[in-house]
Design a protein around this ligand. Sequence first.
Ligand SMILES: Nc1ncnc2c1ncn2[C@@H]1O[C@H](COP(=O)(O)OP(=O)(O)OP(=O)(O)O)[C@@H](O)[C@H]1O
Ligand SMILES: [Mg+2]
Length: 503
Amino acid sequence: MVDTGMNSSPDMITSSFPSGFGLQEAAPANGREAVTSRNLHQERWQDLLHVNRDLVAQSAPLLVSGRLTKVTGLVMEAVGLRMAVGSTCWIELPNNRIEAEVVGFAGDKLFLMPENDVQGLVPGARVIPSEPVRTPIAIGQRQPPRRRSADLARHLPVGEHLLGRVLDGAGRPLDQFGPLSESKSAPLQSRPINPLERAAIKDALDVGVRAINSLLTVGRGQRMGLFSGSGVGKSVLLGMMARYTSADVIVVGLIGERGREVKEFITDILGKEGLARSVVVAAPADTSPLMRLQGAAYATTIAEYFRDQGKNVLLIMDSLTRYAMAQREIALAIGEPPATKGYPPSVFAKLPQLVERAGNGAEGGGSITAFYTVLTEGDDQQDPIADSARAILDGHIVLSRRLAESGHYPAIDIEASISRAMNHLVSPQHFQQVQRFKHMYAHYQRNHDLISVGAYVKGSDPLLDSAIQLYPHMEHFLKQGMYESERYVSSMEKFSELFPNES
Ligand SMILES: Nc1ncnc2c1ncn2[C@@H]1O[C@H](COP(=O)(O)OP(=O)(O)OP(=O)(O)O)[C@@H](O)[C@H]1O
Ligand SMILES: [Mg+2]
C-alpha cells in the first residue's frame, strides 16, 4: 500500500511527510536525480515504518478483562465479559492463575467453573478470556471453516506421540516422561457424524473373554455398557478386555473413580506392552467436576483422532456414571432444577452427546469400539443413568452380585445381558444356539431352589432334565480367570461343543 501510494502521488507523500526529513532538498533537476530522490524517499519511509513497527511491538496489547464478583462452592460469577458458554478463561491472582470454563450465564453475569481448586480467589480478581490453542496453520493444508461450536471448544493435544502416555483431563502429562513434544490439537467437542455415512457394524471383535465372544458377540464400532453395583467386577472385566482385545490403539478414560486404581490399571492391567499401544486419560474422584467431564471428552477426542487415521480403537471409560454425576454437580451448582432422582435434564442430554461420538467412522475408515461402565446404585437396574445409558448404547453386559458372591467370575448375568448387534455378526445357527443356551440356563436358575432341596423329580420336565445335565458344562464355560484369555475362534468352538448334536 505504501509503495503504490508513493508511486502514484509523490506530492501527497511529500506534503504529509514529517518536516525535518529534508525532502524538499532533493528536488528533481533531471531524470537521474529523480531516481535518487525516489530511493531516498523509499529509504526514509522504510526507516519510519521500522521505527513504528518496533514501537507497536513494544506496546502492551489491549487486554479485555472482567471482574470476579461471587464465589459459592465451585461456581464463580464474573461481570464485564461477553463470552460464549464452553469458552475458557483464566482468573489472575497475585502469584498464579486459575483456569476456568464458562458453564452458563444470567443477564450480564457469567458462571464460571474452575479447572482445579478455587483456593486463593479474591473479590474483584481479573478474569481474562483465553483463546483456544489450535494446530498451527501449515502451507498447503486446507483449514476447515470455524463456524460451529465445536470449533470454539477447547483444543487439547492429540497425535501418535500420546501413545504410552498418561494424561490428566487438561492434556497435561501425569507420568515421568516429560512434556508433550508436538503441538497438534483437536477440539473437545467434535462435529457429529452424518448417520448415513457411518459404516455398519459387521465384523465381530475378539475381546478375549469367552462368555462375551460367544454369547454376547461385540462388533467393531459397537458401544457397550458394563452395568453393576459397586465391587462386582466391572473394572476387572474392563481390564481383561483392555489386555486381550485385538485393537490397534486403546484409549482409557478413568473418570471419577479411585485415584489408587489409576496406577493399578497402568501397571497391573495394561503392563508395559499394553501401555505402549494405549493412551490413558485420568481424572479421578478428587479432581473438579469440570476436569472429570473434560477427561471423558478428551479421551473420546483422542479415540476420534486415531479412528480418523484409519485405526481400530478400543475406548474404555470407567465410569459413565461418574461422568453423569460430574455434570449433575455442575448443573445443580449453576441453578438447573433437578428432574429425575436429583439429575437435572442436561445430564440426559450430555450422555448421548458423548456416547454418539464413539462408533464407526465412514466406510473403509477406522472404528471406535467403546465400553462404558455404569454403576447401578444398590443394584437398581432402574437407576435413571443406567436406564438412559441402556437406551443409547448398543448393548449391555450386566454383572450380578449373586454370581460374584458365589465366586463365579466374570459375574456376567447372561439372562439380563444383550448385544444388540450380535444377530448381524454371527451365523443364524450360532444365534439359535445362544438362544437355546440362555433358555436352558434361565430355566435351571428358576428351578434352582427346587433342585437343590431335592424336590424336583427327574423326568417331569424334559427341558429341565437336559438343563440339569448341561448346567455344570455351561457354568464351566462361563467362568474365566482374570489372567486367562480366550480367542474368538476357540470361544466359538468351545461353545458349539456344548451342543454336539446340533452342529
Ligand atoms: N474375574 C475376577 N476374578 C477374581 N476376582 C475378581 C474378578 N473380578 C472381580 N474380582 C474381585 O472383585 C473385586 C472388585 O472388582 P472391581 O474393582 O472390578 O469392581 P467394580 O465393579 O469396578 O467396583 P466399583 O464399582 O467400586 O468400581 C476385585 O478386587 C476382585 O477381588
Ligand atoms: Mg471399578
